[in-house]
Design a protein around this ligand. Structure first.
Ligand code: GLC
Length: 454
């Protein structure tokens, strides 16, 4: 072996394009804020990029919700069916994960809904509720133009889904039709909701300051409590003060608003995705893309001769081979220790990596995840500033937030810098929002319809 040359300084320099200065973050905040206002405005909504969909959820849980509910959770890496029993101060929950095979993710809508209905029926059988007629909350984590609590028109697919014949149609009806085609189980679909909404509701059940729900998982998105009078697209009257808004901020940047900070790696991810030009901010933040961003940078530096002695591996140059969980693992090593890093590199066929290479790989991971955390922080700061409440809790879920060792801390630090002085916030892991949240939304919906008919 020759003298190891330390290329770290040059790699650091190459990575500077991944760093967002506070000035850039503030510019991003101005643009996102503008886009959110456009989404809320009646005249500007049709052409707005950040859609700010009305969710028809206006009441947060009060902790008194009770009963047995089914829930479906579609839109992350897994599809789940759950049964939740809400009791006083606690709840029981059982759930089962079902795979959504690739051919179903990109097949027909009919096949997707038939698959969901089949999993649901099997689950009901296994949990001895096959004969019961239960209320169901459907967490469907894609952009929905909601027309009511139980009617939602799919605007576009995200996160690798592309089932045909669903965009522009009511997905609740799609599910009902599939259940009817089977003809065996009886279900009352009480609510359809986004995972951000479920996360907020689930957190708000115990914490009454919770007014923002955030997901940093396969995708990224946030919802928040807005004054009903500012929701110009809500036509149901303003009998109640608040409305939960699903921002769908993953689409931010689709009009070029983020081009001033995007890199060659971001453009390459986008070009090779199933939805080029769409979900631009999401592609800089979420778990579906972070690993690939790291891989693209590593591949480039290897080709430049800066890494691994210029010698890569088949996997290093293969799309999708660097999982986002690797980023979390590598950054979990203590300073100066490269145990996980070495394991990952071995898995990728890069056993010839030197310690300097490992330091560089770790640096690339840090730059990519830090940029994601900073973008999310800028978004959260926009919402906190917009709401102007003295103290807001943000309920958060998703694999990136949950498993990345520093994401929470990075966010706390950055949001503190970006919010208006005097506004306090807490970031809270929201346990299983998509499941419990769906049950809560269904329960609140039932509570209301009972009151209505009482
Ligand atoms: C995507 C979806 C959005 C969801 C987010 C997190 O951005 O469009 O609805 O909330 O992913 O799962």
């Amino acid at each position: 072996m020759g003298m190891a040359i330390n290329n770290l300084p040059q790699i650091r320099e190459e990575c500077e394009i991944l760093q967002l200065s506070e000035k850039q973050l503030r510019e991003i905040m101005v643009r996102l804020h503008r886009d959110i206002e456009k989404g809320l405005g009646k005249d500007t909504h049709p052409s707005s990029i950040v859609k700010c969909w009305i969710t028809y959820i206006q009441d947060l849980p009060n902790g008194k919700e009770r009963g047995k509910f089914l829930a479906l959770d579609l839109g992350g890496t897994n599809f789940r069916v759950l049964i939740i029993n809400l009791r006083e101060n606690h709840f029981d929950m059982q759930s089962k994960i079902y795979a959504i095979p690739q051919h179903i993710m990109t097949g027909t809508g009919i096949a997707l809904f038939d698959h969901i209905a089949e999993c649901l029926a099997n689950f009901m059988m296994e949990h001895n509720v096959y004969e019961e007629r239960l209320a169901l909350g459907f967490t469907f984590s894609f952009p929905l133009k909601q027309v009511g609590l139980t009617k939602g028109i799919l605007e576009r697919w995200t996160k690798g889904f592309s089932c045909s014949g669903v965009v522009g149609t009511d997905v609740v009806q799609g599910l009902k039709d599939a259940i009817a085609r089977r003809g065996d189980v009886q279900i009352d679909i009480c609510a359809i909701l986004n995972d951000t909404t479920g996360t907020l509701m689930s957190c708000a059940w115990k914490n009454h300051n919770c007014k923002i729900g955030l997901i940093v998982g396969t995708g990224s998105n946030a919802c928040y409590v807005e004054k009903a009078e500012l929701c110009e697209n809500f036509e149901g009257g303003q009998s109640r003060a608040d409305m939960l808004i699903n921002t769908e901020w993953g689409a931010f940047g689709d009009d070029g608003a983020l081009d001033f900070v995007r890199t060659e790696f971001d453009r390459e991810i986008d070009v090779n995705s199933v939805n080029p030009g769409k979900q631009i901010q999401e592609k800089m933040i979420s778990g579906m893309y972070l690993g690939e961003l790291v891989r693209l940078a590593l591949a480039k530096f290897t080709r430049m001769g800066l890494l691994f002695g210029g010698r890569g591996s088949d996997l290093l140059f293969q799309r999708g081979s660097f999982y986002t969980k690797y980023v979390s693992e590598i950054e979990s090593d203590k300073a100066g220790d490269y145990t996980s890093c070495m394991e990952v590199l071995e898995e990728l066929g890069l056993d010839h990596a030197t310690e300097a290479d490992m330091a560089a790989v770790r640096h690339v991971c840090e730059c990519v995840s830090r940029r994601a955390a900073h973008l999310v922080s800028a978004g959260i700061a926009v919402l906190i500033n917009k709401m102007g409440e003295p103290r807001v809790t943000v309920g958060i879920d998703g694999s990136v937030y949950r498993f990345h060792p520093h994401f929470h801390t990075l966010m706390c630090e950055k949001i503190a810098k970006l919010v208006q002085p005097g506004l306090q916030f807490d970031l809270m892991l929201s346990e299983d929002g998509s499941g419990r949240g769906a049950a809560l939304v269904a329960a609140v919906a039932c509570r209301e319809s009972q009151q209505q008919f009482a």
